[in-house]
Design a protein around this ligand. Structure first.
Ligand SMILES: [Zn+2]
Length: 873
């Protein structure tokens, strides 16, 4: 572990890293026009320190990019910063630093850490979402959505974080109704908010999922579930008010089970449904008010949790079941949400588990209308039958199956005016307003006479003012800046006010991959020619935690921008790899729950709490500060070098699986690279170079044949590991096997075969351990391809990926006699272990067969394995 044992000093690594940046390894075509290839990692939030999860993400993408480049493709491999968000603002509140300065400093720091990994990133295309020359275009795109009718404001019940003093998206509230960042119990508040109409694209977002064959099945399923499309019917129930009079407006419900309509024995509204007040009878008013009050303090998660009591209160009004004509009571219940569907559901206790529990608790009638096919209509099931079946107690629909009844009842409802077929989605419109400073300002002005007026495009960006006071309390800091807020209306020049909400950072990250294609464009977010040339992204790599929102929003943006004519494709990411977590060894005291740092555990075989002496629990968990189980990438690079860090992280587990950090395995990769170093050094001493020599004739030595078989076997295997699923771990195993074979065979092999082996080994190694490969390439003479060092032609990273020679894979050969009608007509070299079928095929394909059979298939073929093939015409 001491520095003298490091085969490649840090200074050399850094020299190569600088050199690669000068060389523009990236998107410049190397020779001629290669096919474009876009390799993309999900860009990081600039927290200031790189963690192992980042390292894994970027190294996977880098190896992919380097391999594609060596295969002759022009590769776009950019990096940037998802740079708006709460932490910068919290730093401003806590430490008085300016969020822009804080962010810039973190970017500097992390860029330096990234460069130490030797990533072949095109830094000329670097972007940061907090720079005005980027967010100008986020604002421009927002105006596109506004113009298309896809951005709108509405008053909505929102999640309010009382600590961060901000509105949270539903997905930023955890299962216990707490803020994902502050951990505070989230409250409900009513505010006027900006939304994007993602629901207008719900069908497209579901329907295109099957075309994403390069995505993990799991991610596609998660997206489909999130959108939650269901087919069913909207049914209308007419209302009888608390005074017994019929109301003009019916109540609509959505159901996926119109076949159970005759079983609807009550109807439930959300407590905040607009009709609740007018449909509450005087004697229920107190109970209803108390119940609404109780519910308003609960999170959505609390209200809809499966295992809690189904609470509700009757309103004192009724509705008419449109199919049976029965009068049934109207209730409110906490499990019905106002902004989901119509905010009303029909209660069918006999055929829905939740309704069944609700009916039991509140003594509502249970009316069975579906029975399992072939069962006795009289037999009461005693619980909810939620499957399909055959209809009973359903008048004219009795005897139909559920499937037939769904159609028949929906058709009857349509014909008679009490309903129609409908689709419903779980997906809701995307709330993008944030009452925060450190985000992209929403580019509109509120005018008392003109209403919402977009800021004219030539006045973009609406820049964030710099001198702002951060108290962390109350409204957004922007709202307090009178100079900034008060502006003339762009339309009527009257006094108006700027919008003070900023955008959800998911807005900034929904299009950054498009900007990389044309990062310096000053007239548009990107030009169509550039974006259509590079996209869709060939390989996207990132964490599974972004499987839903980021990917869904990006797909939504792409489809909207396609419909606006700004780009010419429908899906942004062709292949997606979600890399697994990096886990560290974690020591926890099971009694106190306290975590103990590995450095404080004196004997890993008998781990004890240093304070109490109690035995500690050992597990592998995602690296985190709070568990003291993180490994700092910088320390690993300091000790072993960047290549070892890269190799370990790729070797230890397949990219999509979780990876357990293990120092011993890091050492193992380090020793492997050291062995390679010594292997090449010994070759240099023996005068071997990279210059290709004419290969010896087939009748060369056994060592030559064996070495060539190992080399070309490795090329074939590594190639297969890099196709489809990126199995870098097995590819590295192949490299280890090859280096072992070479260690035993190089001395006995002829110089030409030895040089071919060396060359191939280094080329295969280059994407994985780029520094070592480059250094060894140089040691072995480097300019074999004629390119001078001045234009980078000598760099191993400008070389072509090796191509396997299938003949080298053939085992020992033997001469096979070919007879035609029993007469010897010639002989053929064939693999010694070829089976009869192979021998027959080889014989028929031979020149001898062509000549003597004159194109006619033989009547009979006699094969004597290992000796002869007799063709009988
Ligand atoms: Zn105006």
């Amino acid at each position: 572990m001491s520095d003298p044992s490091r085969y490649l000093p840090q200074a050399i690594e850094e020299r190569w890293q600088r050199r690669w940046r000068e060389l523009d390894l990236d998107d410049t075509p190397q020779e001629g026009e290669g096919e474009p290839c876009y390799a993309l990692s999900m860009f990081p939030y600039p927290s200031g320190s790189l963690h192992m999860g980042h390292v894994r993400n970027y190294v996977i993408t880098d190896v992919y990019a380097r391999v594609q480049r060596m295969r002759g493709r022009r590769v776009l491999h950019p990096m940037g910063w998802d740079a708006f968000g709460l932490p910068a603002e919290n730093a401003a509140i806590e430490r008085g630093v300016n969020p822009a300065d804080w962010t810039e400093q973190n970017i500097e720091q992390m860029r330096g850490q990234l460069q130490r990994l030797g990533l072949s990133i095109d830094w000329k295309r670097e972007i940061a979402t907090c720079h005005p020359d980027y967010y100008r275009w986020t604002q421009w795109l927002f105006l596109q959505f506004l113009e298309a009718g896809l951005a709108y404001q509405k008053e909505a019940s929102v999640n309010w974080d009382p600590i961060d003093q901000t509105v949270l998206a539903n997905e930023q509230v955890d299962g216990e109704g707490r803020s994902w960042r502050s951990g505070a119990k989230v409250e409900k508040r009513l505010l006027r908010q900006w939304f994007l109409r993602i629901t207008a694209y719900a069908d497209a977002l579901v329907d295109d999922l099957p075309s994403l064959t390069g995505w993990p099945e799991r991610v596609r399923t998660m997206q489909a579930n999130w959108i939650g499309r269901s087919e069913g019917a909207e049914l209308r129930f007419s209302v009888v008010g608390p005074d017994g009079t019929a109301r003009a407006e019916p109540i609509s419900v959505f159901t996926t089970r119109p076949d159970t309509i005759y079983g609807a024995t009550y109807l439930v509204l959300a407590p905040d449904h607009p009709l609740v007040e007018s449909l509450t009878s005087p004697d229920q008013a107190l109970a209803v008010a108390a119940f609404c009050d109780l519910v308003s303090g609960q999170s959505e998660q609390d209200r809809t949790a499966e295992d809690r009591p189904k609470r509700g209160v009757p309103l004192g009004s009724h509705v008419i079941n449109p199919a049976s004509g029965a009068t049934i009571p109207l209730w409110i219940a906490d499990y019905v949400l106002a902004d989901y569907g119509t905010g009303a559901v029909m209660g069918v206790p006999a055929h829905d588990q939740r309704d069944f529990l609700f009916a039991r608790r509140h003594e509502l009638p249970v009316r069975q209308v579906i029975i399992p096919e072939g069962s006795d209509p009289q037999a009461y099931l005693g619980e909810a039958w939620t499957e399909a079946g055959v209809l009973i107690h359903s008048d004219r629909f009795n005897g139909l199956t559920s499937a037939a009844a769904r159609q028949a009842i929906t058709a009857a409802a349509t014909a008679e005016g009490w309903g129609q077929a409908r689709r419903q989605y779980r997906l809701r419109d995307w709330l993008i307003s944030r009452q925060r400073y450190w985000g992209c300002p929403i580019p509109v002005v509120h005018c008392p006479s003109c209403g919402v007026v977009p800021v004219p495009p030539d006045q973009l960006p609406v820049e964030l003012p710099r001198d702002v006071a951060f108290s962390g309390k109350g409204a957004s800091p922007l709202a307090q800046l009178e100079d900034w807020v008060n502006v003339p209306c762009p339309k009527c020049q009257g006094a108006a006010r700027r919008e003070t909400d900023t955008m959800d950072t998911f807005m900034c990250s929904s299009w950054y991959y498009l900007r990389y294609s044309d990062p310096h464009c000053t007239t548009l977010p990107f030009r169509r020619a550039a974006v259509d040339q590079w996209l869709p992204v060939d390989q996207y790599v990132g964490g599974i935690e972004h499987a839903i929102l980021h990917l869904l929003y990006s797909r939504f943006f792409t489809k909207v921008l396609r419909d606006r004519g700004l780009l010419g494709f429908s899906e942004p990411f062709e292949r997606l790899l979600t890399q697994g977590m990096v886990q560290g060894i974690t020591y926890r005291n099971p009694h106190s729950g306290r975590y103990v740092a590995p450095a404080d555990v004196s004997d890993p075989n008998d781990p004890r709490d240093p304070q109490t002496g109690e035995l500690l629990e050992v597990s592998y968990d995602k690296m985190s500060k709070s568990k003291y189980n993180g490994v700092d990438p910088a320390k690993v690079i300091d000790t072993y070098g960047a290549d070892t860090a890269r190799m370990f992280i790729l070797f230890k587990a397949p990219p999509e699986k979780d990876l357990e950090w293990d120092d011993a395995d890091v050492e193992g990769q380090f020793r492997f690279l050291q062995r390679l170093w010594r292997l090449v050094e010994s070759c240099v001493q023996r005068g071997l170079t990279l210059a290709p020599l004419p290969l010896p004739a087939p009748a060369s030595s056994e060592a030559d044949r064996e070495l060539r078989r190992a080399v070309h076997g490795a090329i074939t295997a590594v190639q297969a590991d890099l196709e489809g699923n990126l199995q870098f771990n097995t590819a590295i195993s192949e490299l280890m096997k090859l280096s072992n074979a070479m260690a035993g065979l190089l001395e006995a092999a002829s110089p030409a075969v030895a040089q071919e082996a060396l060359r191939s080994l280094l080329l295969l190694l280059a994407p994985f351990a780029p520094h070592l490969a480059e250094e060894l390439w140089l040691k072995l003479g480097a300019d074999g391809d004629g390119g001078g060092d001045s234009d980078g032609g000598g760099s191993i990273h400008r070389q072509r990926w090796p191509v396997a020679d299938p003949t080298a894979l053939v085992r020992e050969t033997i001469p096979l006699v070919i007879q035609v009608k029993g007469k010897v007509r010639g002989s053929l070299d064939v693999p010694a272990d070829a089976d009869s079928a192979t021998l027959e095929r080889l014989a028929l394909a031979s020149d001898i067969a062509q000549k003597w059979l004159a194109g006619q298939p033989p009547r009979r073929v006699i094969v004597v394995p290992g000796k002869l093939v007799n063709l009988v015409p």
